[in-house]
Design a protein around this ligand. Structure first.
Ligand code: ZN
Length: 71
């Protein structure tokens, strides 16, 4: 069974739940008791956005000048 991620609109928390494929969009209750939940996109499909910490070069930035390099 795949893992789906849901977000509770009552408490704003997110939680994961193992569910059969057919029950992906079935209503599910949060641990807080709230039933107003929405399913988030699959964790596997996530990606593409966000900044990688490995980006280097390009000039600028708050490193140089702070004494951490070039010293
Ligand atoms: Zn909740």
């Amino acid at each position: 069974m795949p893992i789906y991620e849901y977000r509770c609109r009552a408490c704003g928390d997110t939680f994961e739940q193992l569910r059969p494929l057919g029950d992906a969009d079935a209503p599910i209750s949060c641990a807080c008791g709230g039933a107003d939940t929405t399913r988030l996109p699959s964790l596997i499909a996530r990606g593409g956005s966000g900044e990688l910490p490995l980006t280097s070069g390009g000039g600028g930035g708050g490193c140089c000048g702070g004494g951490c390099c070039g010293g």
